[in-house]
Design a protein around this ligand. Structure first.
Ligand code: SDX
Length: 432
């Protein structure tokens, strides 16, 4: 296999090194192209551009492959849980029993949100978007824990284990508190003896004098949902975390930026859009046929939400797992949700329709996730918050790769300028 590519430009030749990843992915290294030739590469949205070398997650979009640190998502979904997968994604190895116990304890010890931080919630209106609250309150962690947010890689890496555990544990507590605040309910504080997901559901749904005790089925379903969202290579929000981290920003600040990116309806906000789409189809008495025809217009306003992906040109393996789990969870909980029937019909119709097949549009992680969350009693406006809680391990691991890279540099893409060329200033009195 070639180790160098040659670019012929303006009757000159430029040798460009070839990089090959451990899974055989190939890249042309253009880091010296501008200095040598005066040309830059242009790739709007970076769809064909590698911004980094990473050892966390491998995606093969053509074959629907997703692995975290080499472990297939199917195996992790079947055998692991969210806390263990979080440890794997952050530290690179599955924890042994001692490490798993130590990590679990660190998470339990750092679950509470301090009283001063609680005051921030009061600054939001009762109809505030939960993701706007989440990004703001996570950003404030840099103010409340300055010893973990020095904006200095050496210092912040020295405190990484505590900062990472705090981030994983507190974003879950903050999510539950946002749910309670927006409903005018008193906060329910974490119980150290509860496992991660059971504690979240306790903080969401318990009452001051009556504990909510999650059934094993419900806790398992939430574990699976969070695990399946834990990381996904250089998606929009993770790339945002790396971009902000590259300026030597601390973990909390960088993750707050990732939360902002995730909130968009084309990204993490899609799970909310999917439920709104299914509900509107149901309310209009459509069985999905009319909607599919409208979605084929492709306009961003009529898209089949939860379908299509910037990388997968095949099934999103997470969608397959969640789709199967949605049916099983609803059956176990004895929930009969007409929206699941509509989603199943939409999927079956779209997978026979040339418009979707020719564009390689398949269900993605968001298509069925909302069905499960609704069955767990989580309201639609909290779906993307759940996605953010799940994605936090991936964001943390990517922040650490940037912070620990001795050859790292600030992210600073170039552009092709298409604005006005040089022109003289016109005094006010002479302007038309
Ligand atoms: C996530 O990157 C990640 O890894 C993200 C994620 C993660 O875990 O982090 O996997 C999570 O964000 C999943 C994606 C959730 N978003 C949605 O479900 C929103 C609906 N999907 C689309 O908007 C779209 O598919 C994107 C944004 C996901 C991907 O967009 P692309 O790859 O830029 O595709 P495109 O906009 O260039 O569209 C290509 C064609 C167009 O038609 P033509 O111009 O060729 O005629 O496909 C059409 C689009 O109109 N198209 C759709 C469609 N998605 C693309 N048509 C109808 N319904 C859709 N959903």
């Amino acid at each position: 296999m070639a180790t160098t590519a040659t670019l012929k430009l303006d009757d000159k030749e430029y040798p460009l090194p070839i990089l090959i990843g451990t899974e055989g992915e190939k890249a042309i290294d253009t880091r010296k192209l501008r200095a040598d030739s005066g040309y830059i590469c242009y790739d709007q949205g970076y769809g064909n551009t590698g911004s980094c070398e990473s050892a966390i997650t491998y995606l093969d979009g053509d074959n629907g492959v997703l692995r975290h640190r080499g472990y297939p998502i199917e195996d992790l979904a079947q055998h692991s849980d969210f806390v263990e997968t979080t440890y794997l994604i952050i530290y690179g190895e599955l924890p042994n029993a001692a490490k798993r116990k130590e990590f679990g304890l660190l998470l339990r010890q750092n679950a509470a949100v301090e009283t001063q931080m609680q005051r921030i919630f009061e600054g939001f209106p009762k109809d505030a978007p939960p993701m706007a609250m989440l990004s703001s309150i996570v950003a404030s962690m840099a103010a409340h824990y300055p010893q973990l947010a020095a904006n200095n890689f050496e210092k912040d890496l020295a405190n990484f284990d505590l900062a990472a555990a705090m981030m994983v544990s507190k974003i879950r507590t903050i999510g539950a508190m946002i749910y309670r605040y927006l409903r005018g309910l008193p906060y329910i504080f974490p119980k150290q003896e509860l496992p991660f997901c059971e504690n979240f559901l306790h903080m969401m749904f318990s009452e001051p004098y009556k504990d909510y005790v999650a059934s094993p089925e419900i806790a398992r379903a939430l574990n699976l949902l969070l695990l399946l969202h834990a990381d996904h290579e250089q998606n929009c929000s993770t790339s945002t975390v790396r971009m902000v981290a590259s300026s030597s920003a601390n973990l909390f600040t960088s993750i707050s930026a990732g939360i902002c990116a995730l909130s968009g309806p084309l990204h993490g906000g899609a799970n909310v859009s999917v439920m709104q789409m299914l509900q509107s189809i149901h309310d209009e008495g459509d069985d999905g046929t009319r909607f599919i025809e409208a979605a084929k217009s492709g306009g961003k306003g009529h898209r089949l939400m939860g379908f299509g992906h910037a990388v997968y040109r095949n099934f999103d393996p997470r969608a397959k797992i969640i789709g199967k789990a949605a049916t099983e969870v609803l059956k176990k909980l004895g929930v009969n949700d007409p929206l699941l029937d509509i989603a199943t019909k939409l999927e079956q119709a779209a997978l026979k329709d040339d418009y979707f097949l020719s564009r390689k549009l398949y269900p993605n992680v968001d298509f069925y996730s909302g069905i499960i969350m609704r069955a767990l009693g989580i309201p639609t406006n909290m779906f993307t918050v759940i996605f953010a809680i799940g994605r936090t391990p991936g964001w943390i691991a990517n922040w650490r790769e940037v912070a620990a890279n001795p050859k790292g540099r600030i992210y600073r893409p170039r552009q092709i300028y298409v604005g006005p060329v040089k022109r003289d200033y016109v005094p006010l009195g002479q302007r038309s």
